[in-house]
Design a protein around this ligand. Sequence first.
Ligand code: GRF
Length: 191
Amino acid sequence: MSKRIAIFASGAGSNFNAIANAIEKKEIAAEIAILVSDCPECGAVEIAKKRGIDVFAFNPKDYHNKHAYESKIYDILKDCEVDLIVLAGYMRILGPTLLRVFHQRIINIHPSLLPKYKGLDAIGQAMNNRAKKTGVSIHYVDEGIDTGKIIIQKSIKINKDETREDLEARIHRIEHQLYPKTIKKILEEMK
Ligand code: GRF
């Protein structure tokens, strides 16, 4: 039976789109049950609407606190019978309301070779540090920021005189390959 995933995104949604493409091409036996977004106007929500994927988009300011909106998300995910939560540029730290229930069933993609350059603007951090290499990490999500157990990493050299835009584009290309492949593997290994 095909597994059901929820994708969480706050931004442009290029990783979400790459995963949706891989599912459409039947490279992954899964269904995107819902896109969850804390940013109703973002690109990811637009992509979901175009693709006919259900969306739960909320404004955190409409809720008393993280527990309140995560409880709402939890109810929705339960109704959708979600097997795996995939964070794809979701810009909020998850709280215990979701972490406890989906223990070891939430993954994230981060544009650096963790544990290096955690948090915001990992690409900028690597460039400012004049790093010779950086990369992409996919990891399980825990209560920290980009601290969970690493599942897979891919390293790339930062070319001399490379612009930020070029490096970002190369990192995105890797992400769009690596995330669908890794999701496929995780779902296959899931009981
Ligand atoms: C990606 O670079 C991902 O690694 C990071 O946020 C970015 C999301 O980009 N967590 P997009 O919205 O998928 O285009």
